[in-house]
Ligand binder design. Sequence first.
Ligand SMILES: Cc1cc2nc3c(=O)[nH]c(=O)nc-3n(C[C@H](O)[C@H](O)[C@H](O)COP(=O)(O)OP(=O)(O)OC[C@H]3O[C@@H](n4cnc5c(N)ncnc54)[C@H](O)[C@@H]3O)c2cc1C
Length: 394
Amino acid sequence: MDANLKIGIVGGSIGGLSAALWLRDAGFDVTVFERSPVPLEQRGAGIGFLDETSKFLGERAGVDLDTISVKTELVHFLHRDDTVKYEKKQPYRFTSWNTVYQESLKAFGPERYMLGKEMIGFSQTDSDASVQFSDGTTESFDLVVMADGVHSQARKELLPDVVVHYAGYVGWRGLTAATDVSEATFDKIIDKLTYYTLANSHIIVYPIPGHSGSVKPKDRLLNFVWYRNYLEGDDFDDVMTDATGIRRPVSIQPGQVRQVHVDELHASSKARLPALISEVVCAAKEPFIQALVDCEIPKMAFGRICLLGDSAWVARSHAAAGTAKAADESYFLAQALLEADSVPEALANWEPGRLKLGRELVDRNVRVGRRSQVDGNHSPFDPEVTFSLYPPKP
Ligand SMILES: Cc1cc2nc3c(=O)[nH]c(=O)nc-3n(C[C@H](O)[C@H](O)[C@H](O)COP(=O)(O)OP(=O)(O)OC[C@H]3O[C@@H](n4cnc5c(N)ncnc54)[C@H](O)[C@@H]3O)c2cc1C
């Protein structure tokens, strides 16, 4: 297709930036529009750095992945008394949301990354797609990629019947400096992915680069995610009401969770978790909450507009594949555009594989979540527990 294809991307988080990088790399004219007036920061914490997420930075931007991520070789599952129940060799890389965002923004550059541009409407004709912004401007493109996240305005307008479902549990998350835990705890978990399974719940701990970006063991942070059930209604509403009294829809930022719930987290961790994991949980400065949600969609391509990342399918985090899905969708979108004669043809060719992947990822995460949070048979031998975008081989 014409190398001068003009592409607008709405949303400048990791999804929007991966699309921007792959599409510009394919030779197209790409601009990102992010509503935040300042670069995004401190959102989320650790992420599994799957191959799809690291592909552009490692292969196209020339970033040495060893300098921006921590490699682990072993996964171990603990008994309540801290001893190892089961250990297996399974290499992973972990990094932080901020690292991926900052490295991606550095690779894309600031010139076409437009901050303070909030989309308030969009439309399309046979020959172009337009976006209206809150500052009164309108811009037209050959293709508009909607990467406006889990609460996507684009998804609401294009697919009004689709809803985002609360899965019945939240991820309590936090970061602890590696130097804030005892030497014994440090030695046992600083280079591994650690699991503990309990009734209707499980927790994982893994190392990520420190706030300075250093990957040296003593500089690292220990990231935990503890999956805990809250009944929809009063129970969930209460934990999702932040320190200022506002009921948050899906996440409460660090420092904003009410103290009564932080106290309960600490007490439960001491009573229910292996001591070394509880030590990590209790030492985290500002634990925060992300509710687990599912969103399933019947379509991703709409003529000259498409949905991508969390504005399309939203899968729970058990496969650690949120950013990988966005990156993979972006890579294949660029390929489809290169191979087709028109934008609608490219989107029509791109869509079926992306719908299939979204379906598989959501379903696999639902099954893993059910085993952990409901059925009580979350197992270290379950191949579906593997962190991966595509279904793991049995
Ligand atoms: C708060 C938060 C923390 C997260 N932490 C983790 C994590 O630790 N690990 C992990 O694997 N995944 C995490 N994720 C999920 C992961 O970041 C996403 O799966 C992945 O990055 C793809 O997201 P996205 O870019 O599609 O959407 P988002 O990250 O939600 O980004 C959407 C972007 O669109 C912008 N936007 C929204 N509406 C408009 C509009 N009208 N006009 C212009 N811009 C708009 C938003 O400001 C935002 O920057 C997190 C997501 C969020 C929201």
